[in-house]
Write a protein that binds this ligand. Structure first.
Ligand SMILES: *Cc1c(COP(=O)(O)O)cnc(C)c1O
Length: 661
């Protein structure tokens, strides 16, 4: 190939790089937003993410503009935005799916949902949920004494004389002591349909003695250890070695004990829970089949069962792939879930000729995930520059012309070979340099060409699945680091602890080519404080980079982490003393939106207090130290004033960084 034809090859190539053909459709595909975000999140013509909190109905709002508006109100990043209307929409959907399943299969019973508080206990969220859930009598599930206390004070007790079906369900799981059981039983007097689920045999005696003492008849459930094995991360929530629940012989023991004290009519509920984020419908089906059979048999033994509580486990689609290949997705939708549960229970009861139970489900993740969106900014980056290859002159050194030719001819077929050539030519160039056959400038050109080859090869391999190990290494080297204003330990603990994937993407500039391949490094001084695994549109193994835009001078760059509404907030920790983030609740109205709640994130003095420091005492210490330094003439009066002023002000500031703009 002649140099001139190579030059024209170079031109058309750099033209391609420079031309911005990127459209929002490209972004949709790249970030798989329809897969995980539909119907709540999409991209508008301006290249911003829009949020439609009521799904296909109602107002949508521009997330980028919302973040700008929050910042103008001095609500700094990172900020967790909750959309209570999404929460309401999730509840509506869940009920609608069960309603459809019930009419489709002519199910003679009803469905009741309860929200497991452990998924997100924050007051504003629970209050919204109770408010929205009222029309469906959405109940609550608690797993500890503090959660029971939240539920008792948050649920709306029904009016007296109401029918059982109209009372708010309060399901009490978890290990219990006397006080827990007393409180639970007494709560029936408030008009709650409180059900105490026996997780351990010893709890039964306690329930019996407390109810005799209080002279209130309890409603009792049993949690069964199914033999159906869950899969994935929480697979061990069931099975013989499960931490919770009663084995079949223990359940029979419960029946025997209750029968002998003529209290068998108290046993009304059978519960099981196969673990969270169950990605395969077959696991759910198998579990429900086993549980329905246990239900039938217990009924035959004379138990007065009328609730079958199928627990949680309804998964969400974090990567939008609709597969069960990894824990980030699921191979079924909410309707399939409801259909299978209703159909299996109906069939078992019909065959056994027993009345169909009220079906209860305890979905947490499926209700609370979507409403929480975490927005954070990028503080800086170490980007790998996309080097345009230098124009090569005819008289240049052979080694440079070789590299240039390698670069120009890289294609889908020969890239592996070309990579080896590029490495070899670069090494040769360095040897030539070491023996002074090549100038420093020429060596720089050789290296530039080498990286241009790498970039071009990477463009080819980045969409391929089976990439050799050495090229995977290359991909790693070409990845930039974006420094984000966030603590993974505080805001996405499951990513750090159990490799949970969340959809992450920029919320603006989505009509520009995101030419950088990046991993995210957080603020903590911990090498685990990073995000280097991202959802893969194809539902295959996670990607180890995220496509992001090159940072623009002095322009903020906002990234959203989506579907973080379940579990992340409460499990976050204070590593490096980065505290709770700011939280806002946004509700839409036909003309736009309003900020319904603002919960200020932790200040520095608040996180210090959690480690037993008092801001005042620390300040006093520092004052003493500056006095000593002043005495010894180590610091000027102006400097000491500056230091103390900063210190004092910082105490009331956010723990995250503030980027001036
Ligand atoms: C955690 C838990 C749930 C919630 O599970 P999700 O998968 O979030 O729906 C429901 N029931 C029990 C008993 C639980 O422990």
């Amino acid at each position: 190939m002649s140099v001139s034809s190579l030059e024209s090859a170079s031109e058309s190539n750099s033209e391609n790089i420079l031309k911005n053909h990127w459209t929002i459709e490209d972004s949709e595909q790249l970030y798989q937003i329809q897969g995980w975000g539909d119907p709540y999140f999409s991209i508008n013509r301006a290249g911003h993410i829009t949020v439609s909190p009521q799904g296909d109905r109602g107002t949508s709002l521009d997330l980028y503009q919302l973040v700008e508006a929050l910042r103008k109100r001095n609500i700094g990043l990172p900020v967790l935005i909750r959309f209570p209307e999404i929460l309401a929409d999730r509840v509506e959907r869940l009920y609608a799916c069960f309603d459809r399943a019930i009419s489709r299969y002519n199910y003679p019973g009803t469905y009741r949902g309860v929200f497991p508080i452990k998924c997100n206990q924050h007051r504003h969220l629970v209050e919204s949920l109770v408010e929205f859930g009222q029309r469906h009598q959405l109940g609550l599930e608690v797993g500890s004494k503090p959660e029971l206390m939240i539920a008792l004070a948050s649920l709306n007790p029904s009016q007296f004389n109401q029918k059982k079906e109209e009372k708010s369900l309060l399901i009490c799981n978890g290990y219990k002591d006397q006080e827990y059981i007393e409180t639970a039983i007494l709560s029936r007097r408030l008009g709650y349909e409180t059900i105490i689920v026996v997780e351990q045999l010893e709890e039964l005696a306690l329930i019996q003695s407390v109810s005799a003492e209080l002279n209130i008849k309890p409603v009792i459930g049993v949690r069964a250890k199914l033999s159906t094995r869950g899969t994935g991360r929480w697979g061990s929530s069931t099975g013989d070695r499960a931490k919770f629940g009663l084995t079949i012989w223990q359940i029979l023991e419960v029946v025997k004990i209750l029968e002998s004290s003529q209290k068998l009519d108290c046993l009304q509920l059978l519960h099981f829970h196969v673990g969270s984020q169950v990605s395969s419908i077959s696991v759910i089906k198998e579990a429900i089949r086993e549980a329905a059979q246990i239900y039938v048999e217990l009924s035959h033994l004379g138990a007065n069962l009328n609730y079958l509580d199928v627990g949680g486990g309804l998964a969400v689609d974090y990567d939008g792939s609709k597969t069960n290949k990894n824990n980030a997705s699921k191979n079924y939708n909410m309707q399939n879930y409801a259909n299978d549960i209703v159909a299996e229970i109906k069939e078992a009861c019909e065959q056994a000729e027993i009345p169909a139970p009220t079906i209860i489900s305890e979905s947490g993740r499926a209700i609370a995930s979507h409403q929480g969106v975490l927005i954070f900014d990028v503080l800086g980056s170490s980007e790998q520059p996309i080097i345009p290859p230098p124009v090569v002159e005819e008289e240049e050194h052979l080694i440079i012309r070789n590299l240039w030719e390698t670069y120009a001819l890289i294609n889908e077929e020969n890239y592996q070979e070309a990579y080896h050539d590029a490495i070899q030519f670069k090494q040769e160039a360095i040897s030539l340099f070491n023996f002074s056959y090549l100038s420093l400038k020429a060596r720089a050109r050789a290296e530039q060409l080498y990286w241009a080859c790498c970039n071009k090869i990477f463009e080819i391999i980045k969409n391929q699945e089976n990439v050799t190990e050495e090229l995977q290494e290359l991909a790693k080297v070409l990845t930039s680091i974006y420094y984000i204003n966030l603590s993974v330990f505080q805001s996405s603990p499951d990513h750090w602890a159990i490799d949970q994937l969340f959809p992450i993407m920029p919320i603006h500039r989505l009509n520009e080519n995101p030419s950088q391949r990046a991993i995210l490094a957080d603020l903590t001084c911990d090498s685990d404080g990073k995000i280097s695994q991202f959802i893969n549109p194809k539902g295959k193994l996670p990607k180890n980079f995220l496509e992001l835009h090159p940072l623009e001078n002095n322009q903020p760059y906002y990234i959203g982490m989506f579907m973080v509404g379940a579990y992340q907030e409460i499990m976050g920790n204070l590593h490096n003393l980065f505290g709770d983030t700011n939280v806002v609740h946004i509700r839409t109205h036909p003309q736009g939106y309003k900020i319904e709640q603002f919960v200020r994130g932790d200040t520095i003095s608040e996180v210090l207090e959690q480690t037993q420091y008092s801001g005042e005492a620390l300040l006093e210490n520092l004052r003493r130290h500056t006095e000593q330094a002043l005495e010894k003439d180590l610091i000027s009066l102006a400097e000491s004033r500056h230091l103390l002023k900063n210190y004092e002000r910082s105490l009331s500031h956010y723990t995250y960084l503030k980027k001036e703009d």
